[in-house]
Design a binder for this molecule. Structure first.
Ligand code: F3S
Length: 393
């Protein structure tokens, strides 16, 4: 891979051991993927913040980086961690686990990374169209490429961190215009009844598309939060990092591509496969973290209603939005629901709650929760989730 004089100096350790280590990681990855050079990035978003999934290995790696004097070179943000301090009494975690989770977050801060603790960094600072990024949260990656028009590969936690420290990433994959072209065409033959059908369709597209960029026709007038969830579902169904939507049914942009048709039955099948319970004890919305629009929808649906004594309703969002929308947070919590920030339910210690069943409108959460927390899941739309949380029978 070609390196500029400045990059050579960084690799040789002239800018310190942490930059040299980060450069070695990037050069190795660049060589592996056949990149010819590094590109400057506008921002980085790092994952691996939950102590539950990162464990001591993440903690040790960060301590070492910190001791080496590492600092990020570009604006950088963090994914959610394992808890919102507000629910610590519910989780009843051992003191040591809480201490290590806090230390992990603190260490990211010491590297100069904004402790945003959200998987929707684009609501804090929207990437510029065409900008190169190194983002590590798969749902945020799809949003950045497909909705914001920026360019990022699906980075892993170490490669995003290395890119943040150097301010560059190898120029391959979705950084190259030739790889941002559609590779498979999907025609949606029905009108999704709600966001769960839409997102389950996305999950299916992700499963089928492999590494190809899917071009989807037959969807109209999707809102920002629907697009956000669609991308997140695709990224959890498979390796999708970018999708394209088209108005046309055949020919044009999809000519020459393998074509797949998706009907309502296919999607209902996905919903059924991702659901295994009808009696959820914990209901949660906000995977990916809720936008302002979703908070407003939930607040409207909850107006005049009360969450059942035997159920819990969690609405997860970023701290940034919770602080920016105090009226909405208050309206939601008036029902007995909790508006939680900083955390991802999927990488939290749900198994420590006395719940065995969860409902959510997110196929991503429905897919990962049983394996990570041993709970049964019901996939239900936002409207249905509110109903499940509030009504009997
Ligand atoms: Fe965000 Fe966690 Fe879902 S990081 S996308 S809430 S799995």
């Amino acid at each position: 891979m070609f390196l500029t004089r400045e990059e050579e100096r960084a690799l040789d350790g002239e800018l310190g051991p942490a930059v040299a280590l980060a450069m070695r990681i990037l050069v190795k990855l660049g060589d592996l993927y056949g990149a010819e050079r590094l590109v400057l990035i506008e921002s980085a978003h790092v994952s691996g913040i939950s102590y539950k999934t990162g464990g001591d290995a993440a903690l040790d790696f960060l301590k070492e980086l910190h001791q080496m004097g590492a600092r990020v070179a570009v604006p950088s943000t963090t994914n959610p961690c394992g808890f919102d301090e507000r629910i610590l009494s519910l989780l009843d975690l051992p003191e040591e686990v809480m201490r290590r989770q806090r230390e992990l977050v603190e260490l990211y801060g010491r590297l100069g990374i904004a402790r945003t603790l959200t998987c929707t960094p684009y609501y804090l600072r929207r990437p510029k169209p065409g900008a190169h990024l190194a983002w590590a949260e798969s749902s945020a990656v799809v949003y950045a490429n497909s909705v914001a028009g920026a360019c990022t590969n699906r980075e892993g936690a170490p490669s995003a961190l290395a890119a943040a420290i150097v301010g560059r990433t190898p120029d391959h994959g979705l950084h190259r215009p030739e790889n941002r072209q559609p590779g498979m065409a999907f025609e949606v033959l029905f009108r999704p009844a709600d966001e769960v059908e839409l997102w389950a369709m996305g999950f299916l597209v992700g499963q089928v598309a492999g590494e190809a960029v899917p071009l989807i026709s037959g969807l109209k007038g999707l809102s920002d939060w629907e697009l956000k969830g669609l991308g997140a579902a695709m990224a959890s169904g498979g390796m999708t990092a970018m999708f394209l939507l088209t108005e046309e049914g055949g020919g044009g942009a999809s000519s020459g591509l393998e074509k797949v048709q998706i009907g309502q039955e296919d999607v209902r099948d996905v919903v059924e496969k991702l659901s295994s319970t009808d009696e959820p004890e914990l209901i949660f919305i906000g995977c990916p973290h809720c936008s302002r629009e979703e908070l407003r929808l939930v607040a409207d649906l909850l107006r005049g209603r009360r969450v059942r004594e035997d159920r819990q309703l969690w609405v997860c969002t970023s701290r940034h939005l919770r602080d920016a929308c105090p009226g909405l947070a208050k309206a939601i919590e008036a029902s007995g629901a909790l508006v939680l920030a900083d955390m991802c339910v999927v990488v939290s210690w749900v198994e420590r709650l006395s719940v065995r069943t969860v409902a959510t409108n997110s196929p991503k959460a429905a897919y990962y929760l049983p394996g990570l927390s041993g709970v049964e899941v019901r996939l239900a739309s936002l409207r249905e989730c509110v109903k499940l949380a509030c009504s009997r029978g």
